[in-house]
Ligand binder design. Structure first.
Ligand code: 5AD
Length: 379
């Protein structure tokens, strides 16, 4: 590990820092490390959202199983491949296939798609949630290079509350989620994880520990972004109720959250879900893991369509993930409201990404852009 050694308290101090001049020191340092370790290239990953069908009921997510007023979709293989061909045409090195925990998304079907995309010479990242190990092995054998699965928070009790388990054996729980990252690494995948910033209940110490866990796991990819309140989810409702009562005593805040369906004590040092906090997290992540791949995420771009993505790139990030899902499905993948690029054509999405990379003074990456050089990862 060649990252900066930072203690939990040092990280907390940075997360709490509000002096713009001092923060400038942090952002410059992160940007310098980014340049030294991963260069000026910004890697483009074409994102295809394969299915919004999900068996889970995560309290923050707009495509949770119990939400009945959205249309559900699953792409045909050809629709995914269309996105992959666009990615190849645009010169991207990677396709990311992301979806809900949709168990009718058959493992053999996904393996077939992976094989086809590999023929285009692209790296393949999968982000399909908790699946049986046999599926992950099959996909790896089909040529998948990387797997993303965020742990969302390192606070075990908060994790448990926001991730109700489907049957005791059928979802992993906190330990299982962390263990799955090690399993995936053992299979030869590059591994990615991350957290949401400012989820109700998250304290500064929680967030600092998230960052230390990124370093401990030696993650290849770290995606983070502000929590965005979806009004049709319990956590979104809780966040909106709390925002309307900023000065309420803590017991009352707990009650407001519980009434919204999120029964968890709100700490007196609740982390805000701001882009500034997200930029601090990106910068600190770069300090801790200087050669990792860090995206300036869609959640950041959603919070601030004009400056979000560019500022992320200038705070330590080196990856963007333009959405290449066929436009007619995009609005249905509504994990949070007003998601950036929902109504853009793929060409428009691409044009904006390139424009923003240039605005940040950088160049679009070429090649797969894996952390460990070869698209097949570590082995
Ligand atoms: N706000 C911000 N991020 C969210 N995600 C899911 N729901 C929300 C939300 N309401 C993030 C989770 C998930 C990723 C795909 O999107 O971190 O892992």
């Amino acid at each position: 590990m060649n990252g900066t050694a930072l203690t939990e308290n040092e990280i907390i101090a940075w997360l709490r820092e509000e002096d713009p001049q001092k923060l400038e020191v942090l952002f410059r340092k992160a940007d310098l490390l980014r340049r030294q370790h991963v260069g000026e290239a910004v890697h483009l990953r074409g994102l295809v959202e394969i299915s919004n069908i999900c068996r889970r009921n995560c309290l923050y997510c707009g495509v949770r199983a119990s939400r009945s007023n959205i249309k559900r979709y699953r792409l045909a293989a050809e629709e995914v491949l269309e996105g992959a061909r666009l990615a190849a045409d645009f010169g991207y090195g990677t396709v990311v296939i992301q979806g809900g925990e949709d168990f009718s998304l058959d493992a053999v079907f996904v393996a077939g798609i992976v094989r086809e995309i590999k023929k285009l010479g692209l790296a393949v990242t999968l982000s399909l949630g908790e699946r049986p190990e046999a599926d992950w092995r099959l996909w790896r054998e089909a040529g998948a290079d990387r797997y993303l699965i965020r742990f969302e928070t390192s606070n075990r009790s908060l994790f448990d509350v926001i991730h109700p388990r489907v049957g005791k054996k059928d979802s992993f729980g906190f330990d299982g989620r962390l263990g799955s990252l090690l399993t995936l690494r053992g299979m030869g995948y590059e591994i990615g994880s991350g957290v949401m910033i400012g989820i109700p209940g998250q304290s500064y110490r929680d967030l600092a520990r998230d960052l230390i866990l990124f370093q401990l796991l030696d993650l290849d990819m770290i995606g983070t972004g502000p929590f965005l309140a979806h009004p049709e989810t319990p956590l979104g409702k809780a966040a909106l109720a709390l925002a309307a009562a900023p000065d309420a005593p803590l017991e009352e805040k707990w009650k407001l959250a519980a009434d919204a369906g999120f029964d968890y004590p709100i700490p007196d040092d609740q982390v805000p879900s701001s882009n500034l906090m997200a930029f601090k997290v990106i910068a600190l992540t770069r300090l801790l893991l200087p050669d990792s791949n860090i995206p300036s995420t869609t959640a950041i771009a959603t919070n601030d369509a004009v400056h979000g993505r560019v500022t992320g790139l200038m705070s330590g990030a080196n990856v963007v993930m333009p959405n290449l899902t066929p436009t007619k499905y995009r609005a249905m993948y509504e994990i949070y409201p007003n998601k950036s690029a929902t109504f853009d054509s793929p060409e428009e999405t691409h044009r904006k990404a390139i424009e923003q990379i240039r605005e940040a003074g950088r160049t679009p990456g070429t090649g797969p852009g894996g952390r460990r050089g070869s698209p097949r990862g570590r082995f």
